[in-house]
Structures are given as structure tokens and as C-alpha cells.
Design a protein around this ligand. Structure first.
Ligand code: HEC
Length: 160
């Protein structure tokens, strides 16, 4: 029962938070469902690889003060973590929430166009990634603030 409540709480928290994923106008998911956030079949490690890419893009967008992109990437990363939580029910809810809360603060910083708040929240996000890895016995998967990005095929320059 407690688990069910925690799951419901988590779903509500993630759905209502500002960092919740947004629907794009012309991309319907390929599965017939009322709930567009239903998990697709993906291994946890695959989702984490995606989270890692989005962690870099989020940092790169923040570094460029490209706040519209920050909001978008934060929602995408939130979506990856949400799918991980739905797919792997035994992931510790407080540790997922810690990451999501940091993402909510990142979105709030983007709304205010506040680079300092972005940096603090991004650091907390990275700490939340590592807290869960440590809890999962994966202290050797150490996430850190990126120093460069492999995404040379995407323009991170904000419009003037
Ligand atoms: C709630 C727990 C949790 C949170 C939060 C979390 N992870 Fe993970 N992560 C895991 C677990 C569990 C694995 C091991 C998955 C496996 O090996 O199948 C993992 C594995 C990984 C891996 C190794 C996968 C690979 O392909 O190399 C990377 C990279 C990773 N996480 C990045 C991140 C990033 C970046 C964040 C934060 C934005 C994050 N994770 C947040 C639980 C978490």
C-alpha cells in the first residue's frame, strides 16, 4: 500500500512539476494510450545513457544562457527519469524526487533567466544522479559537470 501511495505521489509530482515533458504538436506516440507518458520498453541502462546525453545538453544550453532550450532539455531529462521510475519500480522514490526537484529549480531559473540559480540547481542535479548511483552500489558511475560537449551538430547559440 505504501509503495502504491509513493508511486502515485511520484507520478503526480512529476506530472505537475514545471519540468514535466511537453507534448509536441505533430508527434503522436506509436502506441494507443490515454497516457502519453506510459513507459516504452527500454533497459534502464539505455535510459540512463539518454539521461547522460541530456545532462550534457542541459549544461550546454545553460552555459550559453539559452533558457528556452534549458526548459526543453530539463523536461526531456525529467521524462527519461520518469520512464526509469515507471519501468523499474524498485528505484528509490526519494532519490528520483531529489533529481526531479533539481530539474524543477532549473526550469524556475530558466523562467527567471537566472544563470547563477541554474548553476546551483545543476550542481544539485548532478549530486542527485550520484546519490542514486551510490545507493544502487554504482559509486563507480560518477557523473560530473561536463567540460565539453560532443553535440557539435546542434546549435546552442540563443537567438538575439
Ligand atoms: C533513482 C536512481 C537514479 C538516478 C536519479 C539516476 N540514475 Fe543513473 N543509474 C541508475 C541505475 C540503477 C543505473 C544502472 C543501470 C544498469 O546498469 O542497468 C544507472 C546507470 C547510469 C549510467 C551508466 C549507463 C551507461 O550506459 O553507461 C549513467 C551514464 C547514468 N546512470 C547517468 C545518470 C545521470 C546523468 C543522472 C542524473 C541526471 C542519473 N543517472 C540519475 C540509477 C539512477
Amino acid at each position: 500500500m505504501k509503495r502504491i501511495c509513493e508511486r502515485i505521489c511520484l507520478v503526480l509530482c512529476l506530472l505537475c512539476g514545471p519540468a514535466a515533458a511537453q507534448d509536441v504538436p505533430f508527434a503522436e506516440p506509436p502506441y494507443p494510450s490515454e497516457n502519453h507518458r506510459e513507459p516504452m520498453l527500454l533497459a534502464l541502462g539505455d535510459l540512463m545513457g539518454l539521461a547522460q546525453s541530456r545532462h550534457i545538453k542541459l549544461w550546454q544550453a545553460g552555459k550559453a544562457n539559452y533558457f528556452q532550450l534549458v526548459t526543453y532539455e530539463a523536461a526531456k531529462l525529467s521524462d527519461s527519469l520518469y520512464r526509469a521510475a515507471m519501468l523499474y519500480t524498485n528505484l528509490p522514490v526519494p532519490l528520483i524526487k531529489a533529481a526531479d526537484e533539481a530539474l524543477v529549480r532549473i526550469t524556475a531559473a530558466a523562467d527567471k533567466r537566472n544563470a547563477a540559480d541554474f548553476q546551483t540547481a545543476f550542481r544539485d542535479l548532478t549530486n542527485a544522479c550520484n546519490a542514486c548511483h551510490r545507493a544502487a552500489g554504482l559509486d563507480f558511475v560518477k557523473i560530473k559537470t561536463p567540460t565539453s560537449s560532443p553535440f557539435t551538430n546542434q546549435d546552442f547559440t540563443p537567438p538575439r
